[in-house]
Design a binder for this molecule. Sequence first.
Ligand code: NAI
Length: 437
Amino acid sequence: PPYTGKICCIGAGYVGGPTMAMVALKTGLTVTVVDLNKQRIDAWNSDRLPIYEPGLEEVVKQTRGKNLFFSTDVEAAVRDAAIIFVSVNTPTKEYGFGKGRAADLTYWEGAARSISKATVPGSALFQGFKIVVEKSTVPVSTADAMTCVLQENCPAGVHFQVLSNPEFLAEGTAIADLTQPDRVLIGGSMSKEGIMAIEALASVYAHWVPRERIVKSNVWSAELSKLVANAFLAQRISSVNALSELCEATGADIDHVASAIGSDPGIGPKFLKCGPGFGGSCFQKDILNLVYLCQSAGLTDVAEYWLQVIRMNDHQKRRFGKLIVDTMFNTINDKKIAVLGFAFKADTGDTRESPAIDICGTMLNENAKVTVFDPEVTEDQVLQFRDLDYRRIFDTMCKPAFIFDGRNILDHDQLQSIGFRIQGLGKPKTLEIVSGS
Ligand code: NAI
């Protein structure tokens, strides 16, 4: 039967908040999002939401207080719901075994223990069991560990089905991605109860997602698919970034190269824009997690292959910082430098692992005076950078006046005609700046 009960989500972050707002909007089911962080919950209940996503505010306004609730009462929400999503953070471990690579599962285990504690006789069940849905990105076989923690800490007779339902939304386009997902992946046990649980969760998504896009698999494939999806996306960025350096060295233009190769359907046009390195909370941590899994399985060459994606990213971030110093006559000591944009990409206010942090760090180490501006906003406002009065800016600047366009969004010819020395990534080097020749 389709699921008609209440839904709870543990973790009110970038994933839990938007995802559950969409579930509430599309299904009409009662959804409660809980978090230990009171400040975050208060923000979700206020006029200033804790995260920025285009379209999110409208969805929250339509549902909050009607069938969407934000609360710190984890126990009550878990007790009343038979489907519980877990979307807590799973950062890279910073201590002990697997330090710097493995996923830190402290928060995830904390959530599992809260669920077992709140599962008391009389708490809501679906067909005799509670369905726990892993939304967080986790190592393969985490569902098995979660089942163990849950099953050994709950009242006799209560059963859990743990599903893996990784989230593929991208920050900045979360609402569009959730409204029309490319696919919804549900992994679970192939037992009778497992299949019932998968079907119950599928019935929730089927309120708005076409059935053919709801893909089912075993639990390990679902867990691994998320890590691999992020590893592939990051690999494309590292590939195009590696070639941007070759373009600069040879006089080729990375935008021309990307557009030429991207028209091959086997390659496709997306994720071919070079930049100052990928950022965000997921790509690096998920690849490191994949690397750790490979190492744990003794697959040294496979681990090395994926690790190179991160090494290339670190190289690109360092290289952009160095390009700035080199171009400005090998010293930026005491020079005033304005940084336009600090989030890890457009249309988000999220600065986690943003390459801007590394690049600003390089400039500060070189004693530059750095001023940062980020409107934290919509595409229009990011493109605003395109419409600044560059002639006026040029007039006020020390000469030669430099622009380093890490995203290649500005009109380089026009800026050059004003008198700027402009360097984009993957663009032929304006070497005369350095050599004066
Ligand atoms: P986040 O850090 O924004 O949110 C996680 C929330 O969980 C925090 O507010 C934290 O207070 C809460 N939390 C931690 N332990 C808890 C507990 N025991 N009980 C109640 N609340 C608890 O993290 P974000 O970005 O939402 O990511 C969550 C998961 O989703 C991660 O595994 C991430 O890899 C994955 N993911 C993230 C995407 C993104 O774009 N940010 C996209 C797809 C997946």
